[in-house]
Design a protein around this ligand. Structure first.
Ligand code: FES
Length: 335
């Protein structure tokens, strides 16, 4: 532990929000390890400075790292979920990023302290007899604990792991022990991933999990067209948003106070309710992290997040108010 460490966020507690069974508390953790695990990828090991137990998590969960600017970045937990004392995340240096990954790579060091929110899980592993996992690049991170879980449960599973080249692919050493279950496909050696041959015939007893860059997720959507609608589960780190279904203002009634807020085009629901004095915890503000999840009591949301699946969207009982809007004139939210 180092007193000279950088404190990225003061210890404190943010208000809890309804959500996916996860804490939104912002804690201060210490960087107890930093290691290069592939080209442009560093792994951070985080622990409570006083050695306290960390909140439990499940495969697919992520945490928020709070940066000195106050912005946050989400990183999948990729360590041992049964280790109650440490979290591990891996961070890819994003050449065109907004500076978060560069900070982690160039400035953050062992002994520093960081604000950490979560963990939160928008990408849970559901029970299944068989799993097919497909990872592209740093998308391996949420799948690592899923592979471990599938192994513990004795499920049948295989992993297809693509990357630009072998040296850029993190955790190959850890995956090697799984032998032929893992198909490592560096693009400069084997070309583009052959998704149809990896997936095989649609199988109702198989769940397919994919994490990686947008083009890979899009290709998986196409490759799984003939699969049952809930077979494919993906996680996007970068939001993909269509235009809102309506361009006119709409009203949001805040059920807990009875106040009504008008949301103008170009303003998010999150911003509009914030301006009315109702603070909702947020993080990514892109519809990818799940922090701002809000219960819908009436009205039809225009879902613009990258989290909910089709069935969850159709249920219409929750929305992510940083990006999602109203499909009609009025929403009633549990705020
Ligand atoms: S703040 Fe991340 S989904 Fe809304």
């Amino acid at each position: 532990m180092s007193d000279a460490g950088t404190l990225l966020a003061p210890p404190g507690t943010a208000p809890a929000v309804p959500g996916r069974g996860a804490s939104t508390t912002v804690a201060t953790l210490e960087v107890v390890g930093k290691a290069t695990v592939a080209e442009d990828v560093v792994a951070l090991t985080l622990a409570d400075p006083d050695g306290r137990r960390l909140p439990d998590w499940t495969p697919g969960a992520h945490i928020d790292l709070v940066l000195p600017s106050g912005d946050t970045r989400q990183y999948s937990l990729c360590g041992d979920r049964f280790d109650p004392r440490t979290y591990r995340v891996a961070v890819l240096r994003e050449r065109d990023g907004r500076g978060g990954s560069a900070y982690v790579h160039d400035t953050l060091r062992a002994g520093d302290r960081v604000g950490v929110g979560g963990p939160r899980n928008n990408f849970p592993l559901v029970p299944s007899e068989r799993y097919l996992f497909v990872a592209g690049g740093i998308g391996i991170t949420p799948l690592l604990p899923m592979v471990a879980q599938a192994e513990v449960l004795g499920a049948d599973w295989r992993l297809l792991y693509g990357g630009r080249r072998r040296a850029s692919m993190a955790f190959l050493d850890e995956l090697a022990r799984h032998g032929e279950r893992v198909h490592v496909m560096p693009q400069d050696e084997t070309g583009l991933l052959d998704l149809p041959s990896f997936l095989g015939e649609p199988d109702p007893a198989t769940k397919v999990y994919c994490c990686g860059p947008g083009p890979l997720l899009d290709a998986m959507g196409v490759a799984c067209t003939a699969w049952p609608p809930t077979a494919l589960r993906t996680e996007r780190f970068v939001a993909e948003q269509a235009a809102p279904v309506r361009s006119a203002p709409f009203e949001v009634e805040l059920a807990r106070t009875g106040a009504t807020v008008t949301v103008e085009p170009g303003t998010s629901v999150l911003e509009a309710v914030g301006a009315a004095g109702v603070e909702v915890l947020s993080s990514c503000r892109q519809g990818t992290c799940g922090t701002c999840e809000t219960t819908v009591l009436a009205g039809v949301p225009d879902h613009r997040d990258s989290i909910l699946d089709d069935a969850e969207r159709a249920a219409g009982d929750c929305m992510f108010i940083c990006v999602s809007r109203a499909a009609d004139d009025r929403l009633v939210l549990d705020l």
